[in-house]
Write a protein that binds this ligand. Sequence first.
Ligand code: TXA
Ligand code: MG
Length: 339
Amino acid sequence: MFDTKLLRPTRENISYCAELIKSGEVVGMPTETVYGLAADAFNETAVKKIFEAKGRPADNPLIVHISDISMLKALSGDVPLLAYELAERFWPGPLTMVLPKADKVPLITSGGLDTVGIRMPKSALARELIDACEVPLAAPSANLSGSPSPTSARHVFSDLNGLIAAILDGGECEVGIESTVISLEGSGVRILRPGIITKEDLMTVSSTVFIDDGVLSEVSKDQKAASPGMKYKHYSPKARVVLVDGSLDKFLEYAKSHADENTYLMCFDGDRVPGNFNTVYYGKHSFEQAKRLFKVLRELDDLNAETVFARVPDKSGAGLAVYNRILRAAAFEIVRVGE
Ligand code: TXA
Ligand code: MG
């Protein structure tokens, strides 16, 4: 049991967190996407603590964070030219590349795979922490496994208080959803998890970009997934979330006949919703929706929502990432109500 410290991002506190990490502890780390739960990627005992604190299945690999391109070689002995081209264009930033793993990376970090996911975060604070640690940091999102990813230090605290040594408070995350995860296939790219770096963005570097089937469809626990994270229930508030697909009028008609006093509507900013419904709003455009989605899912828990009827976000561009997350929050439950 720890007395988890919430620390302002001063130079001293960054050094303190680095000391904790170097001594084999785990620390909540802000990044531009969501908060991560960071440990020395090469230290098996420390990485094990990440899995324990989160309650994360051992076969779900961690992303390893670097602060400088020179760190890449220690993680992957076989970095193709395309990876350098993508790094040049998108790093530091919310792009994770799955590359062949170097022997030095313990199997616990890679969930037993012979590949490792690597990203250089845009957050200056995250990179300062990595620099101070002088090792790459393995960090999954800093939530309890299955619950919505944390976009503020308070979210990390509410999930992991007592389970980790400290959290570095970098304020609210700028992006709000996790990085785009890709693997490389020759001169092509496969999107394993969509993020705000979109297929169109990636096509400026590689002309062939596939979206893996697991992005929009359900992958069962016994199926072999391109990315193990696809198999697990994700991002869910306690409430049952149902995606209600159709125009606002049809959505409200559905809500009128199916909602009770513990039902919340999850709508777009600007939707005109009659005052007798419990309603939360999660933005209008994809970037706003990305930034607010997880926060709103957590608020629904605080409100003791039992059922949530959510409007279906636009699926184009960065919207695909929002749709991918909300689809999992809804455990793929969609009702189509028409235009
Ligand atoms: O933005 C982010 O990516 C955040 C911040 C903290 O960097 N991290 C994050 O980590 O979202 P996590 O562990 O919650 O999600 C990592 C995803 C999982 O779905 C995992 O299965 C996949 O990336 N992944 C990691 N390494 C992989 C690998 N070697 N092969 C396939 N998928 C991998
Ligand atoms: Mg996660």
